[in-house]
Design a protein around this ligand. Structure first.
Ligand SMILES: Nc1ncnc2c1ncn2[C@@H]1O[C@H](COP(=O)(O)OS(=O)(=O)O)[C@@H](OP(=O)(O)O)[C@H]1O
Length: 442
């Protein structure tokens, strides 16, 4: 009997042991499967990201080597260090059907029309006196009572509208029914270049009923303390808008900021960029005029432009002057195109923009997929100002940029101008050979 009891106890023990062992094996099996699943998912995400980065890099390399027309340039051969046969290979790869540079890879729905917006005012980089100013060209009951527009420059807009295209749509904006305005992230950012017409571009855009423009330069992505507070701060710095409105901000300081492209794309990968480029020597003169004015106001002496920009002893460009580096556009653009496909970036020729703003704004409207609205009624030449001014058809007011925009420039000694021009020449040449942008001033 005792032997029997011992046998049963042993048998029970064995069963218990096997059960414990079995369940722990089962538990560890299940845990392993779960861990494997997580790892597989991680690998999948990683592969997807790597693939995207790889595609992006390939596309970038293709552009660097071949330009958008798919033809290898002499510059491409130099910078790439590739043999002729390697370049030919890259060329034939580029000929295989791929997206044309300005094709819309991700069509976005066209933004319906909306209400008028405020116009730009003074900004950190524009400093005092740079604010836009409006003058009433006719009293209208529809003029907003809280208009920020003051009358410093009187200029009369053309009496009749002359639409540059029959496709121009002047229909009034109706907000989506039942909606209230909210702060929204921008869909468009003017990222530079400072002193090339960024304010005029923003103010012209603000005339469009489909656009809401942030008056101030927000500089969210370059302001560390603001950036560290998170994206909600950025959103809340934007003007109120309806869901079908296109919010635009301009902060030309972004152009030279290495982290900005990555930071911007992390907020919204569908965001579009506007970049206005002008002759870097003229840009430098414009920047100098601004600095000189500031120094004069504070009683600080500033060297003449020639001495400030070129060392008279060696006749070499002062490369360490930050404003001189700004004009090396190709270097900064290389960084932007590491993160942004060229479809998402519209580059404007600053010189053409001054001469024919209506024509350039039409291209901007097409790029932003908003209706063709702006005509020479909205943007017209003002002989007193020597630049184009604006007329808001909705507010029935005209507006020129303030006195710090369109300042008279000093006459630069031809030799110094030439030294600077020669310095920038290779950088200017790369705008075409690397990125396929033909500027009128190159
Ligand atoms: N319509 C109109 N009115 C006045 N000025 C105009 C206009 N369109 C383009 N421009 C050119 O814009 C230059 C100023 O550039 P930005 O607005 O980018 O300057 S800033 O970076 O915001 O300070 C400004 O430079 P300056 O002439 O040196 O003042 C102009 O060349």
């Amino acid at each position: 009997m005792q032997e029997y009891t011992q046998k049963v106890t042993l048998e029970h023990l064995r069963i218990v042991l096997w059960t414990v062992l079995g369940s722990s094996v089962l538990v560890s099996l299940l845990t392993s499967v779960a861990m494997m699943n997580t790892t597989l998912k991680k690998i999948e995400v990683y592969n997807h990201r790597t693939e995207l980065a790889h595609q992006h890099e390939l596309e970038y390399q293709r552009k660097i080597l071949l330009g958008n027309n798919g033809k290898p340039s002499p510059m491409a051969a130099k910078v790439s260090g590739l043999t002729p046969s390697e370049l030919r290979k890259a060329e034939s790869a580029a000929k295989t059907p791929s997206k044309p540079p300005n094709s819309k890879s991700e069509p976005e729905s066209s933004v319906p029309p909306k209400s008028p917006t405020g116009f730009g005012s003074s900004t950190p980089s524009e400093k005092k006196g740079a604010s836009s100013s409006f003058s009433s060209s006719g009293s209208s009951p529809s003029s907003p009572p809280t208009s920020p527009w003051s009358s410093t420059i009187h200029s009369s807009p053309p009496s009749s509208a002359s639409s540059s295209s029959t496709a121009t749509d002047l229909s009034p904006y109706k907000p989506p029914p039942g909606e209230t305005k909210e702060h929204r992230f921008p869909k468009v950012i003017i990222v530079g270049v400072s002193k090339c017409g960024t304010r005029a571009l923003l103010d012209y855009l603000a005339l469009h009923p489909n656009v809401i423009a942030a008056n101030k330069e927000i500089n969210f992505f370059t302001n560390v303390s603001m950036y560290n507070k998170g994206p909600e701060v950025y959103k809340n710095s934007m003007p109120l808008s309806y869901s079908d409105q296109l919010t635009v901000e301009k902060s030309p300081d972004y152009f030279e900021c290495e982290m900005c492209p990555e930071r911007i794309i992390a907020i919204d990968r569908t965001i579009k960029l506007l970049l206005i480029l002008c002759n870097p020597v003229d840009r430098l003169v414009s920047q100098y005029m601004q600095l000189k004015e500031k120094n004069d106001q504070s009683g600080t002496h500033m060297a003449g432009f020639e001495e400030w920009s070129v060392d008279p002893m060696t006749n070499t460009v002062r490369k360490n002057v930050a404003s001189i580096r700004t004009g090396m556009y190709d270097q900064y653009m290389t960084n932007w195109f590491r993160f942004f496909h060229q479809d998402k970036v519209h580059v404007i020729d600053g010189a053409t923009f001054i001469k024919d703003p209506v024509g350039e704004m039409r291209k901007v409207e097409t790029f932003l997929e908003i209706k063709h609205y702006l005509t020479s009624e909205d943007i017209y030449y003002n002989a007193t100002k020597g630049f184009h001014c604006m007329y808001s058809r909705i507010a029935k007011k005209s507006h020129c940029l303030g006195p710090t925009k369109g300042r008279p420039h000093i006459k630069v000694l031809p030799g110094v101008y030439q030294t600077l021009q020669t310095y920038y020449n290779p950088h200017n040449a790369r705008l075409k050979s690397y990125f396929n942008y033909q500027m009128s001033w190159v």
